[in-house]
Design a protein around this ligand. Structure first.
Ligand code: MN
Length: 213
C-alpha cells in the first residue's frame, strides 16, 4: 500500500475472517475491517476530494506533511489517514495462530533489548495495558540506536519517522476487542499475542527498505 495514492482503497483482509479463531473471532474482525477501517478510508477520501494538489501523495507522505495540509481538512486527514495506515499495518501483522516464533536476527535483537521473548511480551503487555483510552502499541526498531522499543501512541497517531520502523502493531481501541472481552484489555492482549505475525515482523526487520512506514 505504500505506493497507493488518492482514492485510497480498503485493503482486503489477508486471511479468512474466521482463520484467527479462537483468538480473534470472526465477528469482531468483520466489523473491525469491513466497517471501522472502511469508514476511515471513505472519510479520508471525502476529505481529500476537493484538494487535487494532494492526490499524488501516498498516505505516509500525507501524514508526514500534515502541517502543510489545508487547515480545513487537517484533522480529518490526520485522524482518518492515521486510522487507515495503522489498520493496514495491523492486518498485515497478524496471522493464523499456527506460526512459530521467528528465529534469526529478530530473535537476537529481542533478546538484546528485552532479555528474552518473555521479557518482550511482558514489556509489551505493560505498555499496552497502561495506555489510557484509545491508541496503538508498537514494537519498533530504532535504526540509529540499534535497539528495539515498545511504544504507545494515542488515537490514530502513526510511527512515521525514518529512524523508527514498525515490526509489530496492536490496536488497543475498544472496538478491537469489546465484543469478546468487554473492558478486559489484558485478555485481548493475550489473544493478540497468539496471532502476532512473526514471519512478517522478521521480514520487516530484515528488509527495512522494502516495507515503507
Ligand atoms: Mn481499530
Amino acid at each position: 500500500m505504500t505506493n497507493q495514492t488518492y482514492p485510497f482503497q480498503l485493503p482486503p483482509l489477508p486471511f479468512h475472517a474466521d482463520a484467527l479463531e479462537p483468538y480473534l473471532e470472526a465477528r469482531t474482525l468483520r466489523i473491525h475491517h469491513d466497517e471501522h477501517h472502511r469508514v476511515y478510508v471513505e472519510k479520508l477520501n471525502a476529505a481529500l476530494q476537493n484538494y487535487p494538489e494532494l492526490h499524488g501523495l501516498t498516505i505516509e507522505n500525507l501524514l508526514r506533511k500534515l502541517d502543510d495540509v489545508p487547515w480545513a481538512i487537517r484533522t480529518a486527514v490526520g485522524n482518518n489517514g492515521g486510522g487507515h495506515l495503522n489498520h493496514a499495518l495491523f492486518w498485515s501483522l497478524i496471522g493464523t495462530p499456527d506460526q512459530t516464533f521467528a528465529g534469526g536476527p529478530l530473535r537476537d535483537a529481542i533478546n538484546a533489548s528485552f532479555g528474552s521473548i518473555e521479557g518482550f511480551r511482558q514489556a509489551f503487555r505493560e505498555v499496552a495495558t497502561a495506555h489510557f483510552a484509545s491508541g496503538w502499541v508498537f514494537l519498533v526498531a530504532d535504526v540509529e540506536k540499534n535497539t528495539l522499543e515498545v511504544l504507545a501512541l494515542p488515537d490514530h497517531q502513526c510511527v512515521l519517522g525514518t529512524q523508527q520502523r514498525v515490526l509489530l502493531i496492536c490496536d488497543v481501541w475498544e472496538h478491537a476487542y469489546y465484543l469478546k472481552h468487554q473492558q478486559k484489555r489484558a485478555d485481548y492482549l493475550d489473544c493478540w499475542w497468539q496471532v502476532a505475525n512473526w514471519q512478517e515482523a522478521a521480514r520487516r526487520f530484515n528488509a527495512p527498505n522494502d516495507v515503507g512506514a
